[in-house]
Design a protein around this ligand. Structure first.
Ligand code: AMP
Length: 398
C-alpha cells in the first residue's frame, strides 16, 4: 500500500498542493475542469479519514498581485459540487490572518481553498520564509500537483523542508503519474515504442536523446519529422523545417543506428498548398514534396507502417500529434495512431500518453479511457522523460 493510502489523516490538517490551473472564460466559468477532477480522489480520502483539507494552487500568471481575473474564488462552487456538496471555505489571502482564522475554524471533513499562491512573487521565487508561513497551515504536506512538479516553487518543493519525512507525501494523482512514468522509463517491457510528434525538433531533442537509451523503436511524426527527412536529403517543399537543427537530426539518426534503435519516419504525407483548413491537398512521398506545398499530416502508408510497429509493442509512450490535428483535413494520422495505441492497450500493452497536444488529441477523439494512463503534466512530463530530476518529486522523496 502506498504511503498516502496507508496514512490515517484523522484529525490532521492536510495541506495539499493541487494544480487547479484551469481555464476560465470571461464570465469566470471553468471551461475544462480536468485538473480539478484529478485531485478529487486525494481530497476524498482525507475527508473520509476525518482529516481537514487545506488546498493551495496557482491560477494563470498574475503579474501584479491580486486580481479578480486570477482569483481562485471562482472555483469554490464547482469544487464543492465535485466533492458531493462538501462545504468549501475560501481564504482570500493564502498566508494572511484570514487563512489562519479560517483554518482554525475548520472541522473534520471540511475543506479550505486558499487564494492564488502566485499573488505573491515569493511563490515562484521559491522564497523560504513564504514557504514556512504556508507550512504552518498543515500538519502534513501532500504534493498532488504534477503539472508544476518541474518547478522549484515555494509550495511545490521548498516547503518540504518544514515537514519531517513521514509528514510529506504524494497524493493519489502524483503517485499515479510517478508510477506510470517510472514503469515506462525503468521497467518497460520490450519492444518499447516512443511516438514523438508535434511542431518542433528543438523542443523534443532532449527527450529523444534520453529515449535512445530506453526504447527499441522511435516513431517521429508531425512537423518535426520534416527536419529529419531534409537531413536525409529529402525534398520537403514548404514543410516545417528547423535548418539549424539539421545537424542535430543527423546526430540523432547516427546515435540511433549505433544503439540499434529503429527510427521510423513517415514514408508519405498529406500535403497542402497553404496552412489552412480549406487548403488543396494531395498525398506525396514525404521526401518528394513539391515546391510550395507542405506536409501537414502523415499519409496512409505511414499510418499503416506506424500502426504495425505499435501493434507489436509492449510499452508505448506517446507525446505530440502526427499532424495539424486541429484541422479536420489533417487529423487522420493522429486519430489512426490513437486507434493503434488503444488496440495495443487492449491486447495488454502499457501505454502512456502525455504532453499537452497529444492529451488534447486523445480527449478530442474519445480515446482517453482506452489507453493505460493519460498524464496531466505537459512540461513536467516532458522533463521527466528527458531524464531530469523534478523538484516537486525530489522534495517528497528526499
Ligand atoms: P508540440 O506542442 O510541439 O507538441 O506541437 C503541437 C502542434 O504541432 C500542434 O498545434 C499541431 O498542429 C502542430 N503540428 C503537427 N504537425 C504539424 C505539421 N506537419 N506542420 C505544422 N504544424 C504541425
Amino acid at each position: 500500500m502506498s504511503k498516502f493510502s496507508a496514512y490515517n489523516f484523522s484529525n490532521q490538517r492536510a495541506l495539499i498542493r493541487v494544480d487547479f490551473n484551469v481555464p476560465l472564460n470571461e464570465k469566470f466559468e471553468i471551461t475544462d475542469d480536468t485538473r480539478m477532477r484529478a485531485a478529487v480522489p486525494t481530497i476524498k480520502k482525507i475527508i473520509a479519514d476525518g482529516g481537514k483539507v487545506i488546498l493551495m494552487s496557482h491560477l494563470g500568471r498574475p503579474k501584479d498581485g491580486p486580481s479578480e481575473k486570477y482569483s481562485l474564488k471562482h472555483l469554490v462552487p464547482h469544487l464543492s459540487e465535485l466533492l458531493g456538496g462538501t462545504k468549501v471555505f475560501f481564504a482570500n489571502d493564502c498566508i494572511g490572518e484570514q487563512a489562519f482564522l479560517t483554518e482554525n475554524m475548520l472541522r473534520k471533513g471540511e475543506v479550505l481553498l486558499l487564494e492564488n499562491l502566485r499573488f505573491y512573487n515569493e511563490e515562484e521565487k521559491g522564497d523560504e520564509k513564504f514557504a514556512e508561513k504556508l507550512s504552518k497551515l498543515g500538519d502534513v504536506w501532500v504534493n498532488d500537483a504534477f503539472g508544476t512538479a518541474h518547478r522549484a516553487h515555494a509550495s511545490t518543493a521548498i516547503i518540504a523542508k518544514f515537514f519531517p519525512a513521514e509528514k510529506r507525501m504524494f497524493g493519489l494523482l502524483m503517485e499515479g503519474e510517478v508510477a506510470s512514468a517510472e514503469k515506462v522509463l525503468h521497467q518497460s517491457e520490450k519492444p518499447f515504442t516512443a511516438i514523438i510528434g508535434g511542431a518542433k525538433v528543438s523542443d523534443k531533442i532532449l527527450i529523444i536523446e534520453n529515449l535512445l537509451e530506453k526504447a527499441t523503436d522511435i516513431i517521429i511524426g508531425g512537423g518535426m519529422a520534416y527536419t529529419f527527412i531534409k537531413a536525409k536529403g529529402g525534398e520537403i517543399g514548404n514543410s516545417l523545417c528547423e535548418t539549424d537543427r539539421i545537424d542535430t537530426a543527423l546526430e540523432i539518426l547516427g546515435k540511433a543506428a549505433a544503439k540499434n534503435v529503429n527510427i521510423h519516419l513517415p514514408v508519405d504525407s498529406i500535403v497542402a498548398d497553404k496552412f489552412a483548413a480549406d487548403a488543396q491537398t494531395a498525398t506525396t512521398p514525404s521526401n518528394h514534396i513539391p515546391a510550395g506545398w507542405m506536409g501537414l499530416d502523415i499519409g496512409k502508408d505511414a499510418e499503416a507502417q506506424f500502426a504495425e510497429v505499435i501493434k507489436n509493442s509492449k510499452t508505448i509512450l506517446w507525446n505530440g500529434p502526427m499532424g495539424v490535428f486541429e484541422m479536420p483535413a489533417f487529423q487522420n494520422g493522429t486519430k489512426m495512431i490513437a486507434t493503434a495505441v488503444a488496440a495495443a492497450t487492449q491486447q495488454g500493452s502499457f501505454s502512456l500518453v502525455g504532453g499537452g497536444d497529444s492529451v488534447a488529441a486523445v480527449n478530442q477523439f474519445g480515446f482517453a479511457d482506452k489507453v493505460s494512463y493519460v498524464s496531466t503534466g505537459g512540461g513536467a512530463m516532458l522533463e521527466y522523460f528527458e531524464g531530469k530530476t523534478l523538484p516537486g518529486i525530489a522534495a517528497v522523496q528526499s
